[in-house]
Design a protein around this ligand. Structure first.
Ligand SMILES: Cc1ncc(COP(=O)(O)O)c(C=O)c1O
Length: 357
């Protein structure tokens, strides 16, 4: 029996499957000490000064937060060297992605993205009754010529995650600029930089393209590099006209006072977080080298995870690793995505993967 009249788009949608919790795998396989490397989280708690600022904000949660997050916008503007009128915030960058759908997508509109990419793009496309146009990756990376060729007069949004989840591959900002020059300027191009801080800086900063391309929206997050995933702290840099529209559809007060305190402190203590990012990058290099020495082939990663194209063996390998207490994110038939963890976690998953493959 169905209670109420569920929208067909929702009824037809599979429930979102977040990365399995370590406790779930412990129960399934009757083991203890499982580790979760399935959600591209930061293995480290936020730096102490940031944790303290969040704790201090707890006393104020009897009040709603500043819905405009004015201090945060000003701080992000100063931090990035952009006018704060170009900045908005969201309940995680996922919240901003949802706001983009709410703002631009009517049923039947086309939403375009390379695929495989972040699973939220197909989910929101389904929810908003959009037509998904998935442009296949080539060698695990974007084919921007094919993206440009797939644009029609029904295209409303294009999503480019760089580094891409799940493949970890990155796109040069000069190539994004070439794409922007080829497509109509009433198509919104979203560059999703959730993993920006792990990327190769030589690939450039897409925000610099906004002076000439007002249809470009750059989304970022404090979830990954700054270790604030649980706070839901995202932001976007875009034209003030787009900011105004996105702000209309954000769930009021959804960027909480704790989240705002966390973002302000994270900006202030950026150096401490970046020192931890540097450690993760060293660990990433160590993991890649270990795999390469064992003859494992994988695309170059620019994120806080490694993608191993294990093809048809993916599910079997993921289950074998789970039995050894290592939870990864399998993409059945395609490959395995494994988050870079602490050094001891990395030792464990490397050993588990090499034994399981
Ligand atoms: C490509 C990409 N974009 C956005 C997000 C969302 O991050 P958050 O909503 O925590 O800011 C993720 C999280 O996994 C992601 O992989």
């Amino acid at each position: 029996m169905t209670i109420g009249r569920v929208r067909p788009a929702v009824a037809g949608l599979a429930s979102y499957t977040p990365g399995k919790a370590a406790s779930q795998v412990e129960a399934e396989h009757n083991i203890d000490d499982a580790i979760k490397l399935a959600s591209n989280e930061n293995p480290w708690s936020p730096v102490p000064a940031v944790a303290d600022a969040i704790a201090a904000a707890v006393a104020g949660v009897n009040r709603y937060a500043d819905n405009n997050a004015t201090d945060v916008r000003n701080a992000i503007g100063g931090w990035l060297g952009v006018d704060p009128a170009h900045v908005t915030v969201g309940c995680g960058s996922s919240g901003l992605l949802q706001q983009l759908f709410m703002t631009y997508v009517d049923p039947g509109d086309e939403v375009l993205f390379p695929y495989p990419s972040f699973e939220i793009y197909p989910i929101f496309s389904t929810l908003f009754d959009a037509v998904q146009v998935r442009v296949p990756l080539v060698d695990h990376a974007f084919d921007l010529d094919a993206v440009a060729a797939a644009v029609t007069d029904k295209t409303k949004l294009i999503f480019l995650a760089t580094p891409n989840n799940p493949t970890g591959t990155s796109t040069d900002v000069r190539d994004i600029e070439t794409l922007l020059e080829r497509i109509p300027n009433d198509v919104i191009v979203v560059v999703d930089e959730a993993y920006r801080e792990f990327n190769d800086p030589a690939l450039g900063d897409p925000v610099t393209l906004q002076a000439t391309h007002k249809n470009l929206v750059v989304t970022r997050t404090f979830s990954k590099a700054f270790g604030l995933a649980g706070l839901r702290s995202g932001y976007a840099v875009c034209d003030p006209e787009i900011v105004r529209e996105l702000d209309k559809v954000r769930l009021a007060f959804s960027v909480s006072n704790l989240s705002q305190a966390g973002m302000l402190a994270a900006i202030e203590h950026e150096d401490a977080a970046m020192a931890k990012v540097a450690e993760l990058l060293d660990e990433r290099a160590r993991c890649v080298e270990t795999l390469a020495n064992a003859g494992v082939e994988m695309p170059p990663t620019h994120a806080n995870f490694i993608f191993i194209p294990t093809g048809d063996a993916t599910t079997d390998i993921a289950i074998a690793m789970e039995k050894q207490g290592v939870v990864t994110r399998p993409f059945p038939g395609i490959g395995l995505r494994i988050t870079i963890g602490s050094p001891s976690e990395n030792d464990r998953w490397l050993a588990a993967f090499l034994a399981a493959r």
